[in-house]
Design a protein around this ligand. Structure first.
Ligand SMILES: C[S@@+](CC[C@H](N)C(=O)[O-])C[C@H]1O[C@@H](n2cnc3c(N)ncnc32)[C@H](O)[C@@H]1O
Length: 380
């Protein structure tokens, strides 16, 4: 019997759960007995619905070449951080939308901090103390998500997918959905409508199905972190890369003032067009539509400060190199995936730019997701 066929989907095995891992699960190891072609060993199981140090019964849900996935279906020795899940649809075999409904909110933030620290250590060789801060707007971690994407059900109603599955669980009421949330059904044709969002004294028109942060406290939290870390000075040249409808561009432009400038680059044509109208009053802003890597190559300019807010996959080496070629004194990197952030920080480090400060925010309570803002500065 080879290692990977020792366990089959549906098998149950008892284990003590180890640390949290990136992706909303914990790591456990279960025994693999000796076979004709291998000695006795252990195999990793990524366990959902568990907590570190708990003794649980794991039901295997997926068998991959080098690891297993499983759900904690019985908790024999619970963690003090375990709470009854507010949502009855979460748990083994249930909705895959939330990973941490069974975890007290302060402990959710500690788990996320451990993941960020681990990713920075493993992928960028950085030892950084991480503290994930609560964000105003959802004290109980519920009813915060202002945009929801559901899957329509054949007989009416909607649902969300199970974890690692195409199966859909009907969700008549989602507890993280905010009252009045914008609801989109997967596969619907693009919407032509827009929504108006207000941040500080400015309004931003956003496509109804376009990108805008989903936590009501997120725009102010992130603007404040970015401005606080970069400390833009009057007269500085700024760049806002992956700029969306111009959230950071607007406040950078106000901060650098009429003697400074902001170049704003966004790949989605509709978002870029909306940025033009959202920022029409700011004479020191230039908006460029196109892919960041392509637009940067054609730009014959330098920058003092840069905001980098890429999608989940991160900026990657080519864009990091192009940013370093602008010779900025500081970069604020806004990241929704700590693994992509850590990888890109290692590219910055190779070019002489070091992580100077990291702030982390719980913009996605009940899920494993976490947002970071990293200040990267020239170290030479
Ligand atoms: C995380 S959002 C940030 C948007 C904006 N900074 C905000 O806070 O509202 C990432 C943005 O990058 C855009 N994008 C994705 N890939 C891109 C690329 N290669 N070049 C330019 N923009 C891109 C998306 O359309 C999206 O608007």
């Amino acid at each position: 019997m080879s290692r990977q066929t020792t366990y089959a989907v549906g098998d149950r095995v008892e284990a003590t759960v180890g640390p949290v891992a990136h992706g909303g699960h914990m790591v456990a190891r279960v025994p693999v007995p000796a076979g004709p072609d291998h000695e006795a060993s252990t195999v990793v199981v990524f366990v959902r619905h568990a907590l570190p140090d708990e003794r649980v019964v794991i039901e295997i849900t997926d068998v991959a070449k080098r690891f297993l996935r499983g759900d904690a279906v019985e908790v024999l020795e619970p963690s003090p951080d375990r709470v009854p899940a507010p949502c009855s649809l979460s748990g083994p075999g249930g909705c895959g939308g939330c990973d941490f409904q069974h975890v007290a909110l302060p402990a959710q933030r500690r788990l996320k901090a451990a993941v960020v620290a681990e990713q920075l250590q493993r992928l960028a060789g950085l030892e950084v103390p991480v503290d994930v801060k609560m964000v105003p707007g959802a004290p109980d971690g519920l009813h915060w998500r202002t945009r929801m994407q559901y899957v329509g059900l054949p007989g009416g109603g909607h649902g969300l997918r199970k974890n690692h599955s195409h199966d859909v669980v009907p969700v008549p009421e989602c507890l993280i959905e905010a009252p009045g949330a914008r609801i989109v059904l997967a596969g619907e044709p693009p919407s032509r409508g827009t929504i108006t969002e207000t941040v500080r004294d400015r309004t931003f028109e956003v496509a109804a199905d376009g990108f805008w942060q989903v936590h009501p406290g997120a725009p102010e939290t992130l603007v404040s972190a970015v401005l606080g870390l970069l400390a833009p000075q009057p007269g500085e040249r700024a760049m806002d890369l992956y700029a969306g409808v111009g959230l950071f561009t607007a406040f950078l432009a106000e901060a650098v003032g009429p003697t400074g400038s902001v170049v704003s680059i966004e790949g989605d044509r509709r978002a870029s067009d909306l940025a033009v109208s959202n920022l029409a009053d700011l004479r020191n802003v230039k908006i460029k539509a196109g892919r960041v890597d392509r637009v940067l190559i054609d730009l014959d300019t330098m920058a003092d400060i840069v905001v980098l807010d890429p999608p989940r996959e991160g900026a990657r080496k080519q864009v990091v190199d192009a940013v370093v070629d602008l010779a900025p004194r500081a970069v604020a990197y806004v990241a929704c995936d700590p693994a992509a952030l850590a990888r890109d920080l290692s590219y910055f480090a190779a070019r002489g730019y070091r992580l100077a400060e990291l702030r982390s925010f719980d913009l996605f309570p009940m899920t494993h997701h976490v947002e970071c803002v990293a200040l990267v500065e020239r170290s030479y």
